[in-house]
Design a protein. Structure first.
Length: 368
């Protein structure tokens, strides 16, 4: 059926654009002689993770143990949880996953290492970890070189832990003022990550993996430095309004939310049937990914969502108002696609205007 026959709100994915995005990033990884490990927290669908592997990806990344469990059950066999995992219950679940798949996860402290060592006591397999390096995002990860050396020396005494590598996330690239500033962040983040990898080598560790990633740093064919072995972008598969701003076009945007006009209460105000519970209220307000409003109206340059309530989007634009009627359907390009996908149970794959597949968002809501 034609996608405009769908009930709304509905998450739409343009198949041709999505596949083109996947191939473009895979080609970039291939040219740079690094593995591509897509971060699947963007789409949260095992069906699309398998598609990314078919195109050439080497395993996947996830954010949560629950996501890893779903992906493993659907046939994904090489999974990295790009997050610090803390707590006996979560570590027990990882230990169980390790019996059947290659599973690794993030580490950044000695207390966490002690928890892992205890949780994997008696296991046939060691816990496989990568140490996160903080590269400027001001989130998790090791900051000081002395703390890193102390941590790796501690790992030498841990018989149940195998240090596979180091990883970093230059998420502050989203706030870069322009592409040149993004390139500088991208290169400095790699240099810092590689410096910590050399410290590990000097301490006697032979690291398999030096992993970096964020989509803004990888949309402009910036160089990957020698020593980096894999990249972990995520948003590239769908893109969104903020990514479109970063590369100056919405042509690569594969994902939209279909919504119905339900009210035209004033000469300028338009109300549709998707709000914060189907679109989020997220904005990006700094740098070359900064967005106007709470989402863009596809096909209407300059028209954006002014506000959202739980179930309503509010748009103010007289020309747009005068061109539509109650019952018409429009598409919204979200500011940040990752949390939007998490709000939908199903994604509809569209090609040439026709719905060709309905895919469950099977990692939706996996917060633990």
């Amino acid at each position: 059926m034609n996608y405009r026959e769908l009930d709304t709100p509905a998450l739409l994915i343009d198949k041709d654009i999505m596949i083109s995005n996947c191939r473009r990033m895979q080609d970039y990884a291939n040219r740079c002689n690094v593995a591509l490990r897509p971060h699947t927290k963007t789409h949260k669908m095992s069906r699309l993770a398998l598609l990314q592997q078919e195109i050439g990806a080497k395993g996947i990344a996830v954010a949560k143990v629950g996501e890893a469990e779903v992906m493993a059950a659907k046939g994904l066999r090489d999974i990295f949880i790009a997050n610090e995992i803390v707590g006996e219950e979560k570590l027990r679940r990882i230990r169980r996953l390790a019996e059947t798949i290659d599973i690794s996860f993030g580490l950044d402290s000695i207390p966490q290492a002690d928890m892992i060592e205890k949780a994997f006591e008696g296991s046939k397999k060691q816990a496989v970890v990568l140490i996160e390096i903080e590269v400027g995002e001001q989130r998790s990860g090791v900051i000081e070189e002395a703390a890193f050396v102390e941590l790796i020396n501690h790992l030498k005494k841990c018989s149940n832990i195998y240090l596979k590598g180091v990883f970093s996330h230059d998420g502050h690239s989203y706030a870069a003022e322009n592409a040149e500033a993004c390139k500088e962040i991208h290169l400095k983040a790699q240099e810092r990550t590689l410096r910590f990898a050399r410290l590990a080598a000097e301490a006697g560790f032979h690291l398999e993996t030096v992993s970096i990633g964020s989509t803004p740093s990888m949309m402009h064919d910036f160089p990957i430095l020698d020593g980096v072995t894999e990249i972990r972008p995520g948003t590239y598969i769908f893109m969104d309004a903020s990514q479109g701003n970063a590369y100056g076009s919405l042509e690569r945007n594969a994902a939209t939310v279909l919504t119905t006009v339900i009210s035209l209460p004033t000469p300028e105000r338009v109300i549709t049937d998707v709000g914060a519970k189907g679109l989020t209220a997220q904005t990006r307000n700094k740098g070359f990914t900064a967005t106007k409003g709470l989402g863009l109206i596809k096909g209407w340059p300059g028209v954006s969502i002014h506000a959202v309530y739980d179930e309503h989007a509010i748009i103010y634009d007289k020309e747009f108002h005068d061109s539509i009627r109650v019952g018409d359907k429009v598409e919204i390009i979200p500011n940040h696609i990752c949390p939007v996908v998490n709000l939908h149970e199903t994604a509809y794959i569209v090609s040439n205007g026709e719905v060709i597949e309905e895919i469950p968002v099977d990692c939706r809501g996996k917060l633990k």
